[in-house]
Design a protein around this ligand. Structure first.
Ligand code: SF4
Length: 370
């Protein structure tokens, strides 16, 4: 694979990605096949050809992946698709990996793949039971967010997860999204502020991926919000789909909702509404009813693995390092995975005014990791 990447280094990467997006959008039904045919004419290395053949074979033999890719190409506008591929495939994975390794050595610190920035507790909803209170002393100033994002980029980090409250309360963040268009901003939101104006702005930016909090259907969440608010959230999903925005859903997963949120009754309507991914977030903090035991965690893994293999949907499980705030997730995130028979954990630290204000990012990371 590295040979392949090195060969591709001969061309500007943004040029390659922009052309791939052009080919895919021109003919969403056959775009992947066309790219495959084209690769046969300009790639001569037999090892690389074999790798591409394997990827194509996997694509052909997994109908859910095929449908996922086609859904993504049909429904995502060019700007969002282009930014997603540039920022995740090229910047984060291709270029960022070696930069993060170099920086980790240079500063003797583990530079993470992504950062969580908690910008403050301002929220447009007042869900029943939520303890989140707007507190100006916890609001991260725009200049601080800008500085942390700039320093993250220097370290090779290209994915920033923004949490609150609701980051969409702060429209001045759009300037940050625009300034750092080689960063992918994943915004955890309650969804109600995604009106036409904001959707239009997001569709033009292309580098913001909203994840809307949904921990059940109308019946499950009526204990927290009004049915009309739930309808507003669903309307926001429709609006994002209409604007071609790449988005997903974030589901705090507890004992009470585990079965429903991993069922087709929950997943299929979301896919139809244009959601491309679900982050299932668990916690081992807070109320015991919010925590999944070992058996329930295995059940969650088995159910999302089934979804991944049979439905055109990307599902991942993350763990929050903090208790849930009622319906929402704040705090650092952990991604557990097994590789070569060993268990690994990727840690995405959380920055907030409490731990990072006026301090260089490197220093904050060192403190968090000590
Ligand atoms: S639960 Fe989440 S969306 Fe509801 S008020 Fe609290 S922070 Fe806002």
């Amino acid at each position: 694979m590295m040979n392949f990447l090195n060969n591709m280094n001969l061309l500007p990467k943004n040029f390659i990605v922009a052309n791939i997006v052009e080919v895919l959008k021109e003919d969403p039904d056959n775009g992947v096949e066309k790219l495959y045919e084209m690769s046969g004419t300009f790639i001569t290395d037999s090892q690389i050809k074999a790798i591409i053949g394997q990827i194509k074979g996997y694509y052909d033999s997994h109908p859910s992946i095929k449908r996922y890719v086609k859904n993504m190409i049909y429904n995502t506008n060019k700007t969002c698709l282009n930014h997603f591929l540039q920022n995740i495939a090229v910047k984060e994975l291709w270029e960022g990996l070696s930069i993060r390794e170099q920086m980790s050595q240079k500063y003797s610190v583990n530079v993470p793949h992504s950062l969580v920035i908690n910008i403050g507790m301002n929220c447009s909803l007042a869900c029943k039971g939520c303890l989140c209170k707007s507190d100006p002393s916890l609001a991260m100033p725009l200049a601080e967010i800008d500085r942390l994002v700039a320093e993250a980029r220097e370290l090779g980090i290209h994915i920033i997860v923004l949490t609150g409250g609701d980051p969409l309360m702060n429209d001045s963040l759009f300037k940050v999204y625009e300034k750092y268009d080689d960063m992918e901003f994943i915004v955890l939101t309650n969804g109600v502020l995604l009106n036409d104006q904001r959707c239009l702005a997001l569709s033009k930016l292309g580098n913001v991926l909203p994840l809307v909090t949904l921990e059940g259907g109308g019946d499950e969440i009526k204990q927290y919000i009004e049915p009309s608010t739930y309808q507003e959230i669903l309307a926001s999903l429709d609006r994002m789909k209409a604007h071609g925005i790449l988005f997903g859903v974030m589901t705090p997963t507890k004992q009470s909702n585990l079965k429903f949120v991993t069922s087709d009754d929950f997943i299929l309507p979301l896919i139809r509404k244009g959601s491309r991914m679900n982050w299932y977030v668990t916690t081992s903090h807070g109320a015991p009813s919010e925590q999944l035991g070992a058996n329930e965690l295995s059940e969650l893994e088995a159910r999302i693995s089934f979804i991944r293999q049979t439905r055109p949907y990307v599902t991942i499980v993350l763990e929050s390092g903090n208790p849930f705030i009622c319906r929402c997730v704040v705090g650092p995130l952990l991604f557990h995975y097994d590789f070569n028979g060993q268990h690994h954990v990727l840690f995405f630290p959380q920055l907030s005014v409490k731990n990072s204000q006026n301090q260089p990012l490197i220093q904050v990371l060192r403190k968090i990791q000590s």
